[in-house]
Design a binder for this molecule. Sequence first.
Ligand code: HEM
Length: 101
Amino acid sequence: MNRPMVDARYSGVAVTLHWLIALLVLFNLLVGIGHDAIPALRALMPAHKAAGITVLVLTAARLGWRPRRCPPRFRRGSAARRGRSTACSMCCSSRCRYPAG
Ligand code: HEM
């Protein structure tokens, strides 16, 4: 079986999708929560709906991209970060070839 090697960093596509989705979710939370109290936000409800559907599409794209690239395994940083990284690679990246050590 040809197992992909692990990248040192998340790919540009993964990072871009991550931040696009994060910004759109944040935008939607702010507009969704604030639209009753702040009239100016009410005008943004069509954008809220479009952003929500875009989040769905981008999330599907991210899930489609995920099996093609192996996420980096962080060996430094806090114990919590290393733990998350190891748990993630164990459950989702068994086909990835991590360097020994
Ligand atoms: C990332 C996706 C989304 C997030 C995080 C989000 C978040 C929220 C939040 C926090 C509220 C306020 C709820 C409340 O006051 O009880 C809201 C309201 C609303 N959302 Fe979304 N939403 C998302 C996607 C969508 C989509 C895809 C649609 C429709 C196509 C939509 C339509 C609406 C509408 C119509 C309301 C107003 C409900 C009311 O009358 O109070 N949202 N949203």
